[in-house]
Design a protein around this ligand. Sequence first.
Ligand code: MG
Length: 365
Amino acid sequence: MKITKITFGMLRVPLKTPFKTALRTVERVDDVVVMVHTDTGHVGYGEAPATAVITGDTHGSIVEAIRHYIAPRLIGQDIADLNRITRLIQGAMEKNTSAKAAVEIAVYDLFGQLYGAPLYKMLGGGDPVITTDITISVDYIDKMVADSIAAVDRGFESLKIKVGKDIGLDVERTKAIYAAVQNRALLRLDANQGWTAKQAVYAIQTLEDAGVRLELVEQPVKAQDLEGMRYVTERVHTPIMADESVFGPMEVIELIRMRAADIINIKLMKTGGISNAIRIADIAAMHGIDCMIGCMLETSISVAAAVHVAVAKADVITKVDLDGPSLCAFNPVDGGVIFNESEISITDAPGLGIREIRGLELLAD
Ligand code: MG
């Protein structure tokens, strides 16, 4: 099974409600779909969103990086040589992690298809059912409380609460949501870099003193501020998770060396795909550090790949934040991963098992 060409499409899906964080507001998923074609007629699928404020990747940069730097190295490569192909992808250029992720996802999809097995089995196997949280966007307190109650009523047992806009209001938001859903759902706060280190310690200690129990607080300070992450981690009881501060394995090693966070959030769009996500999970496991697996605003192509990784590495990836498909107004993909609100399960279909992508707009080669 040899790679013959790589083609592209755009997939646009409206969200049920606007996605609002301290960094941005988004109304719909708007992702590049990558199709890796082979001489046997098998096609592998990958996907990447433009997340300029986090990874720096745009639709244009994703397509150009693949077309001119990654694809030329892969034409003619045999899918059976998976490790060789992932090295070629990762070494094609600096950064551009979303472009690399999209291609790696498609290649791993083909690797599963080659051996007739779902991807998670090729990655070591596991129990093919996981449970995800759902994001509650930052908004007026009443709206956030109502959204939280609605999510719990839909069966979600973990809520990812977006904060980081205004420190005083963030404390009030969190107290109100905790009062409304306590005993029914675990709360994870994501500040998306919105606080200073001192503000973060103040906010978290205030919540701790008020009896609000949080499962974790994610990325309280700026991505580059590892010292600030450590400052917060040292001063609060609540576990601190790094998201935007860590992309690849080298950054994870540095974060662990500094003891700057308690948990690491793995996202395929930050790691550059599956090979480095697995490396990070293994490094974290060696150090006894738990991981979350998360996603950007992605549909059930690239999120399916993250589900397979989560299942295969479930011993260390103990928290799942793969709510992209749940946030979409409809699921455009017919595939091997079934998204049913908080419960996600994998069928026995080979690779990612993608049969159809509705509404895919093909781009010219
Ligand atoms: Mg985050």
